[in-house]
Design a protein around this ligand. Structure first.
Ligand SMILES: [Ca+2]
Ligand SMILES: [Ca+2]
Ligand SMILES: [Ca+2]
Length: 313
């Protein structure tokens, strides 16, 4: 249907077609990637295989990655211009059983959290869940995520980010009932809120993880689907895979709500691949931050690519 509409448009605009063809499928507001256009592979050949789906920096020199099948957590450290695996761990649910379909990971001051859309041992059942891990394979805590619509089990939560309470309170975040967020209203939730992206709809869900997960708010990522969420200290990023040409959107808080600020095309040299993971280094060096993308399809035998982002974005 979309191609048909594009074809009609092409007919109508005639001679300008060649110049605009590349833009007709792009949102009018999409800007060039705000960093270098250069990207490069950042892992060894066929280290991860398929299904690498989430990335998160713990620090400038430690990155966590998850593979959704078989469920695996990796700790990565720099090795020259690349990243190498220094720990590998299979993941299970809190009861030590199952194979969490781990699509996203986030390293926070409160620990390491993974989002799973189902148990791969029961892959016809959607089960959106956040899992917390210590040093073992079994989760130390787990939370079922309320408030999401019924979706295909492999079209569930794909991305997770953590936003500190300090940012939320300084910017006057309000829940969907219009109440100004007060962390003290959510005892036991730690020091921030979790943002979870639902692939099927592109919606973002905001949770406080207490004894159970409480849904505070939801908003659209600005794209038809969402694969990864990332908070860079001053704004939230939502990224999509080849279903939306690898574009990214950014959000800040305005009048209490997360509002779309910008839409960016992927760097021109980054393949239009199944980019399910995205992470931004906390460290700014010479005006740039390192960014990483993971490719679930392991295109050209590589599952991680690196690039740069301007620190001032
Ligand atoms: Ca995946
Ligand atoms: Ca999956
Ligand atoms: Ca995908």
């Amino acid at each position: 249907m979309r191609e048909g509409a594009v074809a009609l448009r092409i007919k109508a605009i005639g001679v300008f077609t060649v110049l605009t063809l590349g833009l007709t499928a792009t949102p009018a507001q999409a800007a060039a990637w705000p960093g270098d256009s250069a990207t490069k592979t950042a892992d060894g050949t066929n280290v991860f295989g398929k299904n690498l789906s989430g990335l998160s920096f713990e620090s400038a020199n430690v990155v966590w990655a998850v593979k959704n099948s078989p469920s695996t957590l990796y700790r990565l450290v720099p090795s020259g211009a690349q990243w190498k695996v220094d720990q590998t761990r299979s993941l299970s649910f809190k009861n030590g059983q199952g194979d969490p379909d781990a699509e996203g990971v986030v390293s926070t001051p409160d620990g390491l959290f993974v989002v799973s859309e189902r148990d791969n041992n029961d892959d016809s059942t959607s089960a959106p869940t956040v899992l917390k891990y210590g040093s073992g394979s079994a989760a130390t805590s787990e939370w079922a995520l309320p408030g999401m619509p019924d979706v295909d089990p492999n079209d569930g939560p794909e991305g997770i980010a953590w936003v500190p309470d300090s940012y939320l309170t300084q910017n006057g975040f309000k829940d969907d009932a219009g109440r100004t967020y007060n962390p003290a209203d959510y005892p036991g939730h730690g020091s921030g809120l979790f943002f979870v992206g639902l692939e099927a709809t592109g919606q973002v869900y905001v949770y406080a993880l207490q004894g159970t997960a409480k849904l505070l708010a939801k908003f659209a990522s600005g794209q038809s689907q969402v694969m990864e969420l990332e908070f860079d200290g001053s704004q939230l990023w939502a990224t999509c895979d080849n279903n939306c040409s690898g574009r990214a959107t950014t959000f800040g808080i305005s009048s209490g709500k997360f509002k779309l600020k910008a839409t960016y095309n992927r760097p021109s040299t980054l393949p239009n691949a199944n980019l399910e993971g995205f992470a931004i280094s906390p460290s700014c060096v010479n005006g740039k931050k390192v960014v990483l993308w993971s490719d679930d399809d392991n295109t050209s035998s590589h599952a991680i690519r690196s690039g740069s982002l301007n620190c001032t974005v």
